[in-house]
Design a protein around this ligand. Structure first.
Ligand SMILES: N[C@@H](CCC(=O)N[C@@H](CS)C(=O)NCC(=O)O)C(=O)O
Length: 213
């Protein structure tokens, strides 16, 4: 399989499948297309008509969109335990991923992922505060309910989905609302795969000024 991704420093959508595949030991080659440069869009459109990363290539099949990629990996590698085993928990985990996938616009716009940012707080308006509180509430509920290191026990798609938020909270110095949340964030941050992603992101030469706050 090949995973086509954007800049590791900035591409939060790319991080999700990349981290999941690395944590679960699924072998893949990666190809990087630096985003928002002169010929980026051309390169993206040559890979997928949607013109966005991530894209997973599996033989002749191309899958775009991080959630679709992770659902495909769940079906292709059932032993990876991508979702909780319990049907009801699985439905909740899927709801939370969908909420993340289609919402939190204030967080996305005002706190772009930027692995190399020196941690510092920014001004937080009401919509951003609401996003931060909702995410911390989700994490707290999951961690209390499941009593594991990760949101539903073992590392799953849900953790890959929220990993960019962990990076955002670190970069913009958002205080964890509880010791459990702090520990969860540290666990994600310390994953060897996450550390590799961060180091490779920091080493990238490209700067996307729209993502620098
Ligand atoms: N919903 C999509 C969003 C993908 C997306 O917005 N990707 C951004 C990178 S983080 C991108 O490719 N941007 C390039 C562009 O807009 O030209 C997903 O989950 O994969």
């Amino acid at each position: 399989m090949q995973l086509i991704i954007g800049n590791k420093n900035y591409s939060s959508w790319s991080l999700r499948p990349w981290l999941f595949m690395r944590v679960k030991g699924l072998h893949f080659d990666e190809q990087k297309i630096p985003l928002y440069a002169d010929n980026s869009k051309q390169q993206l459109l040559a890979q997928s008509p949607a013109g966005l990363v991530p894209i997973l290539v599996d033989d002749e099949l191309r899958i775009w969109d991080s959630l679709a990629i992770l659902e495909y990996l769940n079906e292709r590698f059932p032993r990876a335990q991508a979702w909780p085993l319990d049907e009801k928990q699985r439905a909740v985990a899927r709801s939370l991923c969908s909420e993340m996938h289609s919402g939190f616009f204030a967080l996305r716009n005002q706190m772009p992922m930027n692995c190399r940012r020196t941690p510092a707080a920014i001004e937080i308006d009401a919509p951003l505060q609401a996003d931060i509180e909702r995410i911390q509430h989700i994490w707290q509920q999951c961690l209390e309910m499941n009593q594991g290191e990760f949101l539903f026990g073992d590392f799953g798609i849900i953790d890959a989905f929220f990993a960019p938020v962990v990076m955002r909270f670190a970069a913009y110095d958002v205080a964890p609302a509880s010791a459990q949340i702090a520990s969860y964030c540290q666990t994600i941050y310390n994953l060897p795969a996450m550390q590799d992603w961060i180091a490779e992101g920091i080493a990238e030469p490209e700067v996307i000024s729209a993502s620098e706050r």
